[in-house]
Design a protein around this ligand. Structure first.
Ligand code: GLP
Length: 258
């Protein structure tokens, strides 16, 4: 796992967007896995800048959204669809026909989840999966004790996750269920890029990077991934015992590895 420590949240967004921009510039038909949340907002803001200032072309990019609430209309302001539309899709020249949303309605949701997995495979697989991390170490909506081999499916959210995601729901109840790509699905992406900032994420980041591999910290599954990059600001890196080592690795990174 490559750990990149940068000074502040703004730098996290810039560094992650730089990696995605280079991928899309070199492979205009890239397949991206997209996440939602405060941490990834800045990444999308930087990508929108790259589109406007440097004409970075997203028209051939295929995208799969990581997760979504069950039963919530796609136009609901708190839906992840609304988030990705507002913060990314409408700010770049995305082709909506190439954007795949996890199924959240229908009589046969498990069957539709399997179809979502087939759709990912049919594109040749995800080139880069962008991720945030929950305070409890969840990835997507893979809550603690999620199978590390799980596929796209329905999960029941913990009360802590529902509380953390309350904004946007007003007085309404946060849905109890969500559909999320599984840990097994995420591990098949060719590159996993996780971003985190702020002291509230420091414990989860340390357990993901340096703790034991365990379903209690779903993000620790990234230790098994052959190409995982974690970009964190100083506050989110505060509990990493090897953070000086990670800095040294970055300072001495050979040119061919950049
Ligand atoms: C939600 C999403 C996750 C995201 C997490 C952290 O639970 N399902 O994909 O990583 O929130 O979000 P934030 O960046 O807002 O802290």
């Amino acid at each position: 796992m490559e750990v990149i420590v940068v000074p502040a949240a703004l730098d996290v967004g810039m560094a992650a967007a730089g990696i995605i921009s280079r991928l899309v510039a070199g492979k205009p038909g890239a397949v991206l896995g997209l996440a939602t949340g405060a941490s990834v907002k800045r990444v999308y803001a930087e990508l929108a800048l790259a589109h406007h200032d440097r004409a970075l072309d997203f028209s051939r990019v295929t995208a799969f959204l990581l997760d979504e609430y069950v039963g919530l209309s796609r136009s609901h302001p708190a839906s992840f669809h609304a988030f990705i539309e507002e913060h990314f899709l409408r700010r770049v020249n995305a082709d909506r026909r190439r954007v795949h949303l996890p199924p959240t309605e229908g009589d046969d949701l498990p069957g539709l989840c399997e179809q979502f997995e087939r759709d990912i495979r049919a594109t040749g697989g995800i080139d880069l999966q962008l991720l945030g991390i929950g305070r409890d170490g969840h990835l997507g909506f893979n809550e603690p004790t999620s199978s590390l081999a799980s596929r796209t499916r329905i999960k029941t959210l913990t009360s802590a996750t529902r509380e953390a995601n309350r904004s946007g729901f007003g007085g309404e109840e946060v849905p109890l269920h969500a559909v999320t790509m599984g840990i097994g699905t995420l591990l098949e992406a060719r590159h996993c890029l996780l971003v985190a900032d702020g002291s509230a994420k420091a414990d989860a980041v340390a357990r993901m990077v340096e703790g034991p591999l365990t379903a209690m910290v779903p993000a620790s599954a990234l230790q098994m991934h052959p190409h995982a990059t974690v970009i964190v600001d100083e506050a989110a890196a505060a509990e990493l015992s090897l953070r000086d080592y990670y800095r040294e690795v970055q300072r001495n990174k050979p040119e061919w590895q950049r």
